[in-house]
Design a binder for this molecule. Structure first.
Ligand SMILES: [Zn+2]
Ligand SMILES: [Zn+2]
Length: 97
C-alpha cells in the first residue's frame, strides 16, 4: 500500500483501509485479562471530556477505538491502555502494547 494515498475520514487523514479496520475493531468488545484469566469489557470512546472524534483513530462516542489507539482507556486501571502495566490483550496473540 502506498502511504501517500491518504483519505479523509472524520477530519483525519488516514490510510484507505482505516475505516474498515475501525469497523473491525467494533467486533472486539472485550479484552483478555491474563492476570484473572477472563474477559473484561473494553471502554468505548466517550467524547466527553475531550474531542468528540478521537484525534488518532477517528472513533466517535460509543465506538471502540482502533486496536492499538493510544487514546483507549484501560478498563482495569482507567489509565491509557498502551501505557498501563496491566496484562491484557485484545485477543490471544495481539498485545495492546
Ligand atoms: Zn482512538
Ligand atoms: Zn491498565
Amino acid at each position: 500500500m502506498n502511504q501517500n494515498d491518504l483519505v479523509q475520514f472524520r477530519g483525519l487523514m488516514v490510510a484507505p483501509d482505516h475505516p474498515a479496520r475501525l469497523r473491525a475493531a467494533q467486533l472486539i468488545p472485550y479484552l483478555i485479562d491474563l492476570e484473572e484469566n477472563n474477559r473484561i469489557d473494553r471502554l468505548a470512546h466517550l467524547g466527553i471530556p475531550g474531542p468528540l472524534v478521537c484525534p488518532e483513530c477517528g472513533a466517535i462516542p460509543g465506538q471502540y477505538h482502533l486496536l492499538g489507539c493510544s487514546h483507549e482507556i484501560c478498563p482495569k486501571c482507567r489509565e491509557k491502555l498502551k501505557e498501563c502495566g496491566c496484562l491484557v490483550l485484545y485477543k490471544h496473540g495481539e498485545p495492546t502494547l
